[in-house]
Design a protein around this ligand. Structure first.
Ligand code: PPS
Length: 355
C-alpha cells in the first residue's frame, strides 16, 4: 500500500515537473519535441492507414507577428516567425528569399555550390534541405529549420532559405547588419500554376480546389505567404536602395543563361571561382540534372509529404507553362491587375523565352 502511494506521489510530481518544463520551453522547441514524438509513434502513417489523414492537414492562418505585420500563412509556418524577428544574423550569411515556387530550391543549390567552391561531390552526399535550412520551419525529419541555424557551426557559412516577406526578416537585417540577400522572382503566371500543382501534391497545404478556384484565391491573396505583389515589389524596391546587399534574380534569366547568372552571382557573393567550377555548377544545376538528383529533387520526403501520384516537386521547370492553364479572360484580368499593382515600377517579367 505504502509503495503504491509513494509511486503515485512520484508519478504526480514528475507530471508536474514535465508540465512546467514543457511550459518554459520556447514554442519552436516544444513543437519540435511534439513532432519527434509523432514520428516515433508513426502517427501520420496511422492516420494515413485509417483514412483519417485529412485531419493532419494544416489550415491557413491569418497571423499577426509581434511587430504588427499581418500575413496569411500555412499554420506550421507561424510557429517560428516571432523568434525569427530576433534571429541573430551573421556577416557572412546568405539569405535566399523567394515567394513560394519562384525557384527557391534551384537558387539554394546554385548558391550553396558557389559558397562551397563548387564542391559537387559534397553536395551530392547531403540533402539540400540539410545543407541549406528553411528558416521558418521547425527542425524535423530530413528538414532542417530555425533551430539548426541557431546552432550552426561558426566555421561554416549559412545559406538560408526563406519565403518570408521583407517585413518579417530578422530585425538585424532592417537595422543594417551586413549580410547578403538573393531574391528570386518568377513571372507570376507560371508561379501561380506551379503553386497550384504544389497544393495538389503537398500534404502540408490545403487542397487547391479547381484551377479557376485557385487562380481566384491567388489573385485575391488567399494563399500561403499572402500577396505575391507585395512580396516581390517590396524586394524590388529594397534592391534599388542597396545593390551591394541585395541581388534581384529572376527565374526566367536563370533559364535563359544559367552560366552567365552563376558567374554574376559569384561576383556578388565575392567568391572567386574558376571557369571550370562555373561550368560545373551550371551543368549540375539544370532542371534535368537536379530532377534526377536525390539530394535536390525532394524525393526523400516521401509520400507523407508529397503525393507523387498527383504531381511532382520538380514538375516541369519551364517558362510559359501558364499558357496551358490560363484562359484568355484569366490572362487579361491578371494583366490588368499587374498593371494596376506595379504602376510606376519598371519590373517586367518574361512570359516566355525564345531561344
Ligand atoms: S518551394 O516549394 O516554394 O521552395 O518551390 P521552389 O523551389 O521555389 O519552386 C519550385 C519550382 O522550381 C522548379 N525548379 C527548377 N526549374 C528549372 N531548373 C531547375 N534546376 C529547377 N529546380 C526547381 C520546379 O520544377 C518548380 O516549378 P514547376 O513549374 O512547378 O516545375
Amino acid at each position: 500500500m505504502l509503495v503504491l502511494t509513494v509511486a503515485g506521489i512520484l508519478a504526480a510530481l514528475s507530471g508536474v515537473v514535465l508540465y512546467f518544463k514543457l511550459k518554459s520551453m520556447r514554442l519552436v522547441d516544444r513543437v519540435k519535441l511534439q513532432m519527434a514524438i509523432h514520428a516515433k509513434l508513426r502517427i501520420p502513417q496511422l492516420f494515413q492507414l485509417t483514412g483519417l489523414d485529412t485531419r493532419m492537414k494544416p489550415k491557413l492562418t491569418q497571423f499577426t507577428a509581434s511587430n504588427g505585420y499581418k500575413i496569411l500563412l500555412p499554420s506550421p509556418f507561424t510557429v517560428a516567425v516571432n523568434e525569427i524577428l530576433k534571429f541573430k544574423v551573421r556577416e557572412d550569411d546568405v539569405f535566399i528569399v523567394a515567394y513560394p515556387k519562384a525557384g527557391t530550391t534551384w537558387m539554394q543549390e546554385i548558391v550553396w555550390l558557389i559558397c562551397n567552391d563548387g564542391n559537387i561531390k559534397e553536395a551530392n552526399k547531403q540533402l539540400l534541405t540539410l545543407r541549406s535550412p528553411f528558416l521558418e520551419i521547425v527542425d524535423c525529419h530530413l528538414r532542417n529549420g530555425f533551430q539548426s541555424l541557431e546552432n550552426w557551426s561558426r566555421n561554416k557559412q549559412r545559406v538560408i532559405k526563406t519565403h518570408l516577406p521583407y517585413e518579417l526578416l530578422p530585425e538585424d537585417i532592417r537595422k543594417g547588419k551586413r549580410c547578403k540577400i538573393i531574391y528570386v522572382a518568377r513571372n507570376p503566371k507560371d508561379l501561380c500554376v506551379s503553386y497550384y500543382h504544389f497544393h495538389r501534391c503537398s500534404k502540408m497545404l490545403k487542397d487547391p480546389g479547381t484551377w479557376p478556384e485557385f487562380f481566384a484565391n491567388f489573385c485575391s491573396h488567399r494563399v500561403g505567404f499572402g500577396d505575391w505583389f507585395d512580396h516581390t515589389l517590396k524586394f524590388w524596391e529594397k534592391y534599388q536602395e542597396d545593390k551591394e546587399k541585395i541581388y534581384f534574380e529572376t527565374y526566367e534569366n536563370l533559364k535563359k543563361d544559367l552560366r552567365k547568372e552563376v558567374e554574376s552571382m559569384s561576383k556578388f557573393l565575392e567568391k572567386k571561382l574558376s571557369e571550370q567550377q562555373l561550368d560545373a555548377i551550371s551543368e549540375h544545376c539544370t532542371f534535368d540534372s537536379m530532377s534526377k538528383n536525390r539530394s535536390t529533387n525532394m524525393s526523400m520526403l516521401g509520400q507523407n509529404s508529397i503525393s507523387t501520384k498527383k504531381s511532382k516537386f520538380m514538375r516541369k521547370g519551364q517558362v510559359g507553362d501558364w499558357r496551358n492553364y490560363f484562359t484568355i479572360n484569366q490572362s487579361l484580368a491578371f494583366d490588368e491587375l499587374y498593371q494596376e499593382k506595379s504602376k510606376e515600377r519598371d519590373l517586367i517579367f518574361l512570359l516566355e523565352i525564345e531561344f
